[in-house]
Every structure is written in C-alpha cells, then in structure tokens.
Ligand binder design. Structure first.
Ligand code: DX5
Ligand code: ZN
Length: 235
C-alpha cells in the first residue's frame, strides 16, 4: 500500500506559471496570448513596491489590464510591505491566486490577518511565500489556511538570477510534514534545475527568463512539464 505521501505525489498535476516579468512590457497583450498558446497553465505576475524589494514593477491597473486579455488564472506574487492594504485592489484587478510574503507578517496572528483580508476581498486561492533565508517551519501554523506555499529560490526583486539549490530542503520538509496544498518554486528555474524541484515535491513552477528567453517557447514549456511530471514521482 502506498504511504500518504506517495499517494498524494502521484495525484499531483504539474502547473507551469511563466513570469511576465520577462515579457515585453510594451507588448503585454501579445505576449500573454503567445504564452497561453504555448501552454502556460497560469500567468505569474510579479508585483514589487521598491520597499520590500529593491525594484518597482506594476500595480493594480496593469494587473487589471492583463486580466482583461488573459484566459488562464493570474498568479499574483506580492513582494510588497502592506499586502492587506492592497487586497481589495488586487482582487478587483482579477488576481486568482494572491501570494504575500511571510517576512511582512512574521507571526501566525499577523499572517492570519493578511489571509483574512485576502479572503474577505474575494480571493479564491491564497499563498504565502518565504525568502531563501527565511525558515520554513513557522509556515506549519498556516497549513490549513493557505492554498499555496511559494518557496523562493532566489532573493526576490529581479529575474535571471541563479537558482539556490539549498531551498529544496524546504520543499522536502513541507511534504514530509504532510502539506498537501500547492508548493510553488520561483527563481532560476530552467530545464535542469526543475528536476530537483519536482523530485522534492514542487508542483507549480515559475520561470521567467528560461521561458521567455527560449528559442522554442512551446517546446520549452512542454519539456518543463514532461520533465517535472516524470521526476515528481521519483523524489
Ligand atoms: C523574482 C520574481 C520571479 C522572477 C523569476 O523576484 O519573483 O518571479 O520573475 O525570474 P527567473 O525565472 O528569470 O529567475
Ligand atoms: Zn515571482
């Protein structure tokens, strides 16, 4: 008989969430249509405020514009210091998955307040993220309250950084502790680093530069999907 972990691993589906941070911002609608046709399951949208991370990207009006042309769920990654303050704005803008960082609400009580603000705003799927140097263990208090845990495999702020393999231990820990929700990995994922991510128990794979920078984008997404699907049963 399969253990609980093996059973759930075989039931998991690979989701590829290309990061629009690497698209051509002057051609967002074109790139959304292109990446959806290429096989994207979700669209990863990186929101940066210049405080939590040393970079600024896009706000609710642009997310709303993306949601008008997108046909797959928007996976919105909030790298901002006050996620609860903007919950309603991002919900109205069309976020389907909305993820905040534990570092800006670093206790179960503070994190629950953010989660409640997201749910009250009508967000369907709530995620919590941890930076590479943030311990994963406190997230256990939120297992029953979040749909997704986003493990950062680079320090957030910029695309195109090198994958930090040491964070795979966090994914293994989440699955060993029985976390059954989505585990998403973000930063430095390519055709090689995706192998370890999948073996560790990741099921949602964000990739910006490796997808948008590929010569054959549909082929790259298909290869990521088949590699991840094959390896997620091995780990
Ligand atoms: C980094 C962002 C990532 C980024 C990933 O702060 O959260 O989503 O776009 O880009 P790559 O895949 O190029 O590392
Ligand atoms: Zn991201």
């Amino acid at each position: 008989m399969l253990s609980k972990r093996e059973t759930s691993m075989t039931e998991r589906t690979v989701l590829i969430s290309p990061s629009l941070l690497s698209c051509d911002f002057a051609q967002i609608a074109r790139d959304v249509a292109m990446i959806e046709a290429a096989g994207a399951d979700w669209l990863h949208v990186d929101v940066m405020d210049g405080h939590f991370v040393p970079n600024l990207t896009i706000g609710p009006p642009v997310v709303k514009a993306i949601s008008k042309v997108a046909t797959v769920p928007l996976d919105v990654h909030l790298m901002i210091t006050e996620p609860a303050r903007y919950a309603e704005a991002y919900a109205k803008a069309g976020a389907h998955v909305l993820t905040f960082h534990w570092e800006v609400a670093p206790s179960p009580e503070e994190a629950r307040a953010v989660i409640t603000s997201f749910r009250d705003a009508g967000i369907e799927k709530v995620g919590v993220s941890v930076n590479p140097d943030t311990p994963i263990e406190p997230i256990a208090a939120l297992f029953d309250e979040v749909d997704l845990v986003l493990v950062m495999s680079v320090f957030p702020g910029f695309g195109g950084q090198a994958f930090m393999g040491e964070v795979l231990e966090k994914v293994r820990w989440l699955r060993a502790e029985g976390y059954e929700g989505w585990v998403e990995m973000d930063g430095g994922i390519d055709g090689e680093t995706i192998v370890g991510c999948a073996e560790a128990g990741t099921d949602v794979f964000v990739a910006g530069s490796a997808i948008f920078g590929a010569d054959d984008i549909p082929g790259t997404i298909a290869q990521f999907r088949s590699t991840a699907a094959e390896r997620m049963h091995v780990g």
